[in-house]
Ligand binder design. Structure first.
Ligand SMILES: [Zn+2]
Length: 392
């Protein structure tokens, strides 16, 4: 008896990225789609033939079909071009389909048409792997350009390449997660986000908000230069157009304006990178330290629209911070709870009574009922923690 590889217990997840095959690769893909369809149709007619000749004939198993593959490849050499692991998926699918048909749970397997909207094939070859940020190495195709591969984290178990009706190519993957569970600490924390701090923890710790004064200042300077220069360029190109000047420049030809744009963008992306570094450091620390993390559901929280740059950077920081906490909790086996933020700054975390609305300027207050003294933000984060624990 063959020794079967034990099915692993690691969690699996699906992920889909775009592929940008070259014309040569596209031609190969069309052939691979066709080969899988050809094999499917061959096997459908084989089953039908046997069924017609003898209704009681033994049902061909996946194993029987796999044994037929070498003979088929000899008879139809074009099949050799495909990733042969995709044929094993076809034989499995069709034997399952016929079994289901005989069990009466599914209709008879049908021939696949070349004109069906979705063209695809699935393989499980171990030859597939990531080749850098935007490249995949695929069996029988070698390097194929793709969208970002960073979303693939773990071992690829199965892949499907498809082309949709718009001619876009997709790679869908089943990925087995690496175990990355962090040791349990038995601790829980509520987190409040504020204007003065990025995060205020229920245990009283506060993490400063991210700021990059120099880069923000520079970005602002270049932004204003850019808009001034854009205005000048607009006026100038309008004048040229009116005079029907020879060699009139289009707006994008104004180098000075473009230079200001480039400088502004460079500072903006530097801010983003520094901010992400900072947020990664804090979120790593929190996920390591706590088993349960409770945050406010910002979708519910009414966030004042403010176009001031510093304010909008802060708001982006919160969003990124939450996203990081969310995927890190999932990755490291910790729990993230989102709670409705209503009343978290009104309720006294000690006695639970509603002490009314307070203006933002009030940073500390005393509970009129139990006389407890509160830091506004810490009190809110304790309330957030209590709400989360009640949900657990
Ligand atoms: Zn109180």
């Amino acid at each position: 008896m063959a020794i079967r590889k034990r099915k692993s217990d690691l969690p699996e997840y699906g992920v889909k990225i775009r592929l940008y095959p070259t014309l040569v690769q596209q031609a190969k893909l069309r052939q691979f789609f066709g080969n899988d369809r050809f094999l499917w149709n061959q096997l459908v007619s084989l089953y039908q033939e046997r069924y017609k000749n003898n209704k009681k004939s033994k049902l061909l198993t996946e194993f029987d079909l796999n044994n037929l593959l070498p003979a088929l490849k000899n008879e139809y050499p074009f099949l050799k071009a495909s990733d042969s692991s995709s044929f094993q998926i076809v034989t499995k699918n069709i034997s399952d389909a016929w079994e289901a048909f005989f069990a009466g749970t599914r209709r008879k397997p049908r021939f696949h048409s070349k004109h069906s909207a979705k063209q695809s094939y699935t393989g499980k070859s171990s030859g597939i792997r990531i080749m850098g940020k935007r490249n995949m190495f695929l069996p029988k195709l070698r390097r194929v350009r793709s969208s970002k591969t960073g979303v693939i984290d773990g071992k690829i178990k199965r892949y499907t390449i498809s082309v949709d009706a718009c001619g876009r190519y997709w790679l869908s993957l089943i990925v087995e997660k690496k175990t990355a569970f962090l040791p349990k600490t038995g601790k829980a924390a509520g987190i409040d986000v504020g204007l003065t701090h990025l995060a205020i923890l229920s245990d009283g710790r506060k993490f400063d908000k991210f700021s990059s004064d120099y880069c923000e200042k520079q970005a602002e300077i270049w932004q204003s230069k850019s808009s001034k220069r854009r205005h000048l360029a607009l006026v100038k190109s309008q004048q040229d157009a009116n005079r029907k000047a020879l060699g009139a420049k289009s707006l994008s030809d104004y180098r000075n304006w473009q230079k200001a744009n480039v400088a502004k963008n460079r500072y903006m992306s530097r801010i983003t990178n520094q901010r992400d570094d900072y947020l990664h450091k804090i979120s790593d620390q929190l996920v390591k330290e706590y088993d349960v993390i409770v945050i406010e559901d910002l979708k519910i929280k009414n966030m004042t629209k403010n176009h001031h740059r510093a304010r909008s950077i802060l708001r982006q920081s919160w969003g990124r911070f939450r996203d990081m906490l969310e995927y890190k909790c999932k990755k490291y086996g910790k729990i993230l709870i989102k709670v409705n933020p209503a009343y978290t700054s009104r309720i006294c975390s000690k006695c639970g009574k509603d002490t009314g609305k307070k203006p933002l300027s009030v940073r500390e207050w005393d509970c009129p009922f139990c006389k407890a003294h509160h830091d506004r933000d810490i009190n809110a984060s304790i309330n957030i923690l209590l709400k989360g624990l009640a949900q657990l």
